[in-house]
Design a protein around this ligand. Structure first.
Ligand code: 3PG
Length: 307
C-alpha cells in the first residue's frame, strides 16, 4: 500500500490532519504521522518506507531524501521550498512540489497585525500612530504580497510594490503603485514588508545601503525568511537609525545582540507564526495531499519545483 508521511516539527491543526487523512485514505493510501519530532534522525528513520512526504518548514535534506527507499514525492505544504534539497531530490528522481498561495492570507494578516502592534507602541498605553495614509512598500508581489496589498488598502495605506517578475499592469490593476527598482521602493516607504523567497539571488540582499534609504520613521516587516537579511547590516541599522524598528516572524541569528541594545524596537514572534492558522493548515495540507494523490494516480506534476 502507498504510504504518505506527514513530518511536521510544528504540527498542523488537528482539523487539517483530519482533512489530509480523508484525502489520503479515500485514495486507498495509508497515512503515517511524525509530529513534534526533536531530531533529524527521527525524520530520516520515518521516511525509510514511505512513498510520499508532506512537510512544512521541516528540512528535507540529502540525508532524508537518500533514506527514502521508495520515496517518489515530497510536498512542502506552503510557499517557500528552500528547506528541500532540490539537487538531492532530482538526483534521486524524487518530485518536489509546493502549494503556492494556500497559506498566503494567513501570512499577510500577520504582517499587518505586527504593523498595528508596532504603530500602537506595542500596546504600552502611550499614544501611537495609525496606518492610514502611511506608505507601505511591498518587496515582491506574489501571493502573500498581493494579500498584504489588499488588506493594507483596507487600512487606507498608500501601497507601493516592486517585483521584477510581475508586470507593471498586474500591480497597477490592484490599485498599487508600481516602482521600477528596489531602491525606489525603500526610498519611498516608511513601512517595508518582505515577501522575497530565499535563494542565491536574494540571500543577504536586504542590506544597510538599501535599508538606510528608508525615510524616518522606518519599519521593516519580515514574514519571509531570515536569510534574505544581511544581519550585521540589520544591527548597524539599529545602531545608526534611532527611528528604525524590525518586526519579524523569522528571528535573526543575532537577536540577542540586537535585543541587548535595542529591545524596544525589535519584535519577533516566539515561533514562526505566519501560516499558523487552522485555515492555512487546512488549505495547504489538503492541497498537498491532493497533489500527492494526483501525482501517484495520474502522474500530474503541476507545482513541481525541481524541473
Ligand atoms: C511558507 O513558506 O509557506 C511559510 O513560510 C510557512 O511556513 P510554515 O508552514 O513552516 O509555517
Amino acid at each position: 500500500m502507498i504510504k504518505v508521511l506527514i513530518a511536521t516539527d510544528k504540527p498542523f491543526a488537528p482539523v487539517a490532519v483530519k482533512g489530509i487523512r480523508k484525502v489520503v485514505e479515500e485514495a486507498g493510501f495509508e497515512l503515517v504521522l511524525l509530529e513534534n519530532y526533536t531530531s533529524q534522525d527521527d525524520f530520516v528513520k520515518a521516511v525509510a518506507d514511505v512513498d510520499a512526504v508532506i512537510i512544512r518548514s521541516d528540512k528535507a535534506d540529502k540525508s532524508v531524501i537518500d533514506a527514502g527507499n521508495k520515496l517518489k514525492i515530497i510536498v512542502r505544504a506552503g510557499a517557500g521550498y528552500d528547506n528541500i534539497d532540490l539537487q538531492a531530490a532530482t538526483a534521486k528522481g524524487v518530485i518536489a512540489m509546493n502549494t503556492p498561495g494556500q497559506n498566503s492570507n494567513a501570512v499577510a494578516e500577520l504582517a499587518l497585525g505586527m504593523m498595528v502592534y508596532y504603530a500602537r507602541n506595542f500596546f504600552n498605553g502611550k499614544s501611537g500612530s495609525e496606518l492610514m495614509g502611511k506608505k507601505l512598500g511591498i518587496h515582491a508581489y506574489g501571493y502573500v504580497g498581493k494579500n498584504v496589498a489588499r488588506i493594507a488598502k483596507g487600512f487606507g495605506m498608500e501601497v507601493f510594490a516592486f517585483d521584477p517578475f510581475i508586470s507593471r499592469l498586474e500591480i497597477e490593476k490592484d490599485g498599487v503603485k508600481w516602482v521600477s527598482s528596489v531602491e525606489e521602493l525603500y526610498s519611498a516607504c516608511h513601512y517595508i514588508s518582505l515577501h522575497i523567497p530565499a535563494n542565491s539571488q536574494t540571500k543577504q540582499s536586504v542590506n544597510f545601503p538599501l535599508l538606510s534609504k528608508m525615510p524616518s520613521p522606518a519599519c521593516l516587516v519580515n514574514t519571509a525568511r531570515a536569510e534574505v537579511i544581511n544581519e550585521s547590516d540589520l544591527l548597524k541599522m539599529f545602531q545608526e537609525r534611532k527611528d528604525f524598528a524590525y518586526l519579524s516572524d523569522v528571528e535573526p541569528a543575532n537577536k540577542a545582540e540586537i535585543e541587548a541594545g535595542f529591545k524596544a524596537r525589535l519584535f519577533c514572534t516566539p515561533k514562526k507564526m505566519g501560516a499558523q492558522t487552522e485555515e492555512a493548515n487546512v488549505n495547504a495540507g489538503i492541497a498537498a495531499a491532493k497533489q500527492i494523490v494526483n501525482f501517484i494516480k495520474n502522474g500530474d506534476k503541476t507545482f513541481q519545483v525541481n524541473k
